[in-house]
Design a protein. Structure first.
Length: 81
C-alpha cells in the first residue's frame, strides 16, 4: 500500500540535513527533467559575478527590510522603479 505524502514528509524530516537536501534536489529534478543543461553553470557564473561586485564595492547590498518595503510599495503601485 502506498504511503501518503504526509507520511513520506514525516519520514524525510527524520533524515540528516544533507540527506534532505539530496532528496529535495532529486524531487525538483523529477519535476523538470528537460531543464537547460547549462542553467547550473550560468547561475554559478552569475553568483560569482555578483560576489566580485560586492567584494570590489562596485555595488552595495540592500538590507532585506529595505528591499521588502520597496517590493511591497511597488505591489501597491507607489514605489520607485
Amino acid at each position: 500500500m502506498a504511503r501518503s505524502a504526509r507520511e513520506l514528509f514525516d519520514e524525510a524530516m527524520a533524515l540528516e540535513p544533507k540527506e534532505r537536501i539530496a532528496l529535495t534536489s532529486l524531487l525538483i529534478e523529477s519535476l523538470d527533467p528537460g531543464a537547460d543543461e547549462g542553467a547550473d553553470r550560468a547561475w554559478m557564473a552569475e553568483i560569482e559575478r555578483r560576489m566580485i561586485e560586492l567584494d570590489s564595492s562596485t555595488t552595495q547590498p540592500v538590507p532585506w527590510e529595505e528591499l521588502r518595503n520597496r517590493l511591497y510599495s511597488n505591489l501597491r503601485g507607489g514605489g520607485r522603479r
